[in-house]
Design a protein around this ligand. Structure first.
Ligand code: ADP
Length: 298
C-alpha cells in the first residue's frame, strides 16, 4: 500500500465550447492533474491526497467536491476566509490556444503557511509530489518552510518526487527560478524534468547534462522527458533510453508531462521496473495528448 500526497494549486479552468462566448468550467492544475490520474491508476488500497488551500465560497466548495468525487483525499486542503481559488481561461484564436490567468492572490499561495499542517499532511504519506509551479506560487519564506518539511519527511523515510515544470512567467526573474528549482531538487529523490524547458533555462547541452545536474544535487532517479523524442533514465548512475508511445495525431498536449508522471509513479507503486513504469507513463501521456483537455478519462 502506498500513500501519495500531491502539493500545489488546482484552478478553475474555463475552456471554449463550439458556441462563441460560451465556456465550459472545469478544474485543473499540474500537481492536481497528476493526483487525478494517479487516483484512477492505483488500486483502492493506495491513497492519493491533495494538499492545497481554497476559499470558503461556493466555487471553492465545488472544487473540493470535484476532488473528493474523483476519490482524492481533501483533508489537507486548508480553507481561507479572505481568499478564493485561482482561475484560467483558454481562448481559441485562429486555431491557436492562448491562456489567461487570474491566480495572483489565490488561496493556494498560502498552502505552506503552517509548518504543523505540512507536517501533518506529510506524516500521513509515503510519497510526496510537488512541482516548480508549487514553488513559484509561494512567498519565499513559505517556499523554505515547504522544503524544510519535505527534507524532514525524506529523512524520516518518505520519498520526495519533483517535476521542475519551469514557468518563467510565474517567477520574479530567471535567476530566482533557477535557484529555487535547484533547492527543490536538492530535497528530492526522484526528479521528472522536460528537456526542452531545462535546456532553455539551465543551458543543458543534452538530456544527460540535465540528468547529471540533478543527480549531482543528490537525486537518485531522473527521467528526462522530451516530447515525442526518446526519454533518458538516470538511476543511481546507470543510464538508458526509452521510447515514447506512438501517437497518430497530437490533438492537445496539455498535461502530457503531468499524466506521464502519474503513469510512471503508479507503475512503480505497483511494483513495475523503472523501464516498465516509464512505458506506463508514456502510454498514458500518448492517450492524453490524443484527446482535448487536461483530464482525459482513458
Ligand atoms: P511537458 O508536457 O511537461 O512539456 P513533454 O512534452 O516532454 O512534457 O512530454 C511528456 C511525455 O509525453 C513524453 O515523455 C512522452 O512520453 C509524451 N509525449 C509528449 N508529446 C508526445 C508526442 N508528440 N508523441 C508521443 N508522445 C509524446
Amino acid at each position: 500500500m502506498t500513500r501519495f500526497v500531491a502539493i500545489g494549486e488546482c484552478m478553475v479552468e474555463m475552456s471554449p465550447t463550439d458556441q462563441p462566448g460560451h465556456f465550459r468550467m472545469g478544474f485543473a492544475g499540474d500537481t492536481m492533474n497528476t493526483a487525478w490520474y494517479l487516483r484512477r491508476l492505483l488500486p483502492e488500497t493506495d491513497s492519493v491526497d491533495y494538499m492545497s488551500a481554497v476559499g470558503t465560497d461556493a466555487i471553492s466548495a465545488s472544487m473540493t467536491d470535484f476532488l473528493a468525487d474523483a476519490g482524492i483525499g481533501t483533508s489537507c486542503i486548508a480553507r481561507r476566509t479572505d481568499r478564493t481559488v485561482g482561475l484560467y481561461m483558454i481562448q481559441l484564436q485562429d486555431g491557436e490556444r492562448s491562456f489567461s490567468y487570474w491566480r495572483g492572490q489565490s488561496a493556494a499561495r498560502t498552502l505552506a503557511q503552517d509548518a504543523e499542517a505540512l507536517h501533518r499532511a506529510l506524516s500521513a504519506a509515503d510519497v510526496a509530489y510537488f512541482s516548480g509551479i508549487t514553488m513559484a506560487i509561494l512567498p519565499p519564506e513559505d517556499r523554505s518552510r515547504l522544503l524544510a518539511a519535505l527534507s524532514a519527511f525524506r529523512t524520516a523515510g518518505g520519498e520526495v518526487v519533483f517535476d521542475p515544470n519551469l514557468r518563467p512567467r510565474l517567477w520574479g526573474s530567471p535567476d530566482e527560478m533557477i535557484a529555487a528549482i535547484s533547492r527543490a531538487a536538492a530535497v528530492s529523490d526522484t526528479v521528472l524534468p522536460s528537456w526542452e524547458d531545462e535546456a532553455a533555462w539551465f543551458g543543458d547541452a543534452d538530456l544527460l547534462a540535465t540528468a547529471r545536474r540533478y543527480a549531482d544535487s543528490g537525486v537518485r532517479t531522473v527521467v528526462v522527458k522530451n516530447g515525442p523524442a526518446p526519454m533518458l533514465l538516470w538511476d543511481k548512475g546507470e543510464t538508458s533510453h526509452h521510447l515514447p508511445a506512438a501517437v497518430t495525431a497530437a490533438v492537445d498536449t496539455t498535461a502530457a508531462g503531468d499524466s506521464f508522471n502519474a503513469g510512471f509513479l503508479a507503475g512503480r507503486a505497483k511494483g513495475a521496473t523503472l523501464a516498465q513504469a516509464i512505458r506506463a507513463g508514456a502510454e498514458l501521456a500518448a492517450k492524453v495528448i490524443q484527446s482535448r483537455g487536461a483530464l482525459v478519462r482513458t
